[in-house]
Design a protein around this ligand. Structure first.
Ligand code: TXA
Ligand code: MG
Length: 324
C-alpha cells in the first residue's frame, strides 16, 4: 500500500504525525532515523514493515534529555551513568535493562533496550515536541546503505512512511557506537565514532567484541551486525593501495573509487571521492555508494584505512558492504 509522504522542515507538523502513531524520518548527527512512538506497539510494528527489517533485530530508543533514560530502562548501572555524563548527547547507544512499560516489540522481545540521545538540535526539538521517546533504526530499506541525506530517505521510503523531517546532510555519517552496559566490563557490540579509547577514558575496563567468529568466546554481537548490510547494487572491493584499483580497472566496466589518496588518473573512474581525511571519508561513504548506484556503477573500489579509532567503524561498514 502506498501512502502519501509529507516532506517538511516543520518540526511541529512532524511531531503530530508521530503522536498520531505514524512513522517520521528525522535527522540525527549520525544518519537519518525512522521514528515511531516507542510506547505505541502498532506504530513500532510499522517500522519493521516499512523497512523490510527482520523482526528479530531490536531498535534503538532516542531520548530528548538525559534524565529520560528512566523512561526506557531500569537498574541503570554506574558504568552507564558515567558514559551518559561524558557522552550524552552523542553518537553512543547504551544497552540497558528494558523498562516494562516500553513496547517489547522495540527490543524484538529482549529484556534489554538500546538508548541514545542524539547530538542534533532538530532531532532533540522533534523528540521534545513529540513528548515521548522515539524508537528509530536507520531510515533506509533493510540492507541498503544508511541514509545521510533526506533525499536518500526519500529514495528508499517515499510512499512507505508518513513524513520526512527534512534537514542537512548528517555530520558523522556512520551509525552510533553500541555498548552493552548490562555486563561488567561493558562491551562494544558495534564500533562507531565514539571510539574504544574514548570509552576506556571513562570506564577503563571497556572491551570490544569483534565477534568475527560465531564460536568465539568474546561475547555476543549486536544482533543487527549479523544481517546483510550497507550493500549498494555495485560490487564493493576493498583495496590497500590506489595502484591496485587502477590495475584492476577493466575498461569495459563502469567503476568508481573512494579513498584518501587520489589515483594517478582519475579519468579511469566514472565517479571518485578523494576524502580530505578520515572524518570526511566516514561522512561521505554511504552517500557515495548511493551516487554510484544512481550512476549505474558496477564496481566500487574502497581504499582501506587502519582499523583504529574511527577507522575501525569505517572498515566495519565497508567490509560488510563488500561481503556478498
Ligand atoms: O546512529 C545510530 O545508531 C542510528 C541513528 C538513527 O540513531 N540508528 C541505527 O539503528 O543505526 P539501526 O537499527 O540501524 O541499528 C541499531 C543496532 C543494530 O545492530 C541492533 O541490533 C542494535 O543496535 N541493538 C538495538 N537494540 C539492541 C539490544 N537491545 N541489544 C543488542 N543490540 C541492540
Ligand atoms: Mg541500520
Amino acid at each position: 500500500m502506498t501512502i502519501e509522504t509529507c516532506i517538511t522542515t516543520d518540526i511541529e507538523k512532524a511531531a503530530r504525525f508521530l503522536q498520531a502513531g505514524e512513522l517520521v524520518a528525522f535527522p540525527t548527527e549520525t544518519v537519518y532515523g525512522l521514528g515511531a512512538n516507542a510506547y505505541d506497539t502498532d506504530a513500532v510494528k510499522k517500522i519493521f514493515a516499512a523497512k523490510g527489517r527482520p523482526e528479530s533485530n531490536p531498535l534503538i530508543v532516542h531520548i530528548g534529555a538525559a534524565q529520560d533514560v528512566e523512561k526506557t530502562a531500569i537498574h541503570i548501572p554506574e558504568n552507564a551513568r558515567m558514559f551518559m555524563d561524558s557522552f550524552f548527547p552523542g553518537p553512543l547507544t547504551l544497552i540497558l535493562e528494558r523498562a516494562p512499560l516500553l513496547s517489547s516489540v522495540v527490543s524484538a522481545g529482549r529484556a534489554t533496550v538500546g538508548v541514545r540521545m542524539p547530538d542534533n538540535e532538530i532531532a532533540l526539538a522533534f523528540i521534545h515536541t513529540s513528548g515521548t521517546v522515539v524508537a528509530a533504526p536507520s531510515a533506509n530499506l533493510s540492507g541498503k546503505p544508511s541514509p545521510t541525506t533526506w533525499e536518500a530517505v526519500r529514495e528508499d521510503l517515499d510512499g512507505r512512511i508518513s513524513c520526512i523531517l527534512m534537514a542537512e546532510w548528517t555530520t558523522v555519517g556512520l551509525e552510533s557506537t553500541v555498548v552493552d552496559c548490562t555486563v561488567d566490563p561493558p562491551v562494544i557490540l558495534r564500533p562507531g565514532s565514539r571510539t574504544l579509547s574514548e570509552l576506556q577514558g571513562v570506564v577503563p575496563s571497556t572491551t570490544f567484541s569483534s565477534g568475527r567468529s560465531p564460536d568465539s568466546h568474546d561475547g555476543p554481537r549486536s544482533p543487527g551486525t549479523t544481517f546483510r548490510h550497507y550493500t549498494p547494487e555495485a560490487t564493493v572491493i576493498v583495496v590497500d593501495v590506489v595502484q591496485e584499483a587502477v590495475r584492476a580497472a577493466a575498461p569495459e566496466k563502469k567503476i568508481a573509487f573512494i579513498g584518501l589518496d587520489s589515483p594517478p588518473d582519475i579519468s579511469d573512474f566514472a565517479l571518485t571521492h578523494i576524502a580530505s581525511g578520515l572524518t570526511d571519508y566516514a561522512k561521505s561513504v554511504f552517500e557515495f555508494f548511493r551516487r554510484c548506484d544512481r550512476a549505474g556503477v558496477e564496481v566500487i573500489y574502497c581504499q582501506s584505512v587502519a582499523d583504529l579509532e574511527l577507522g575501525l567503524a569505517l572498515m566495519d561498514r565497508i567490509r560488510r558492504a563488500a561481503a556478498r
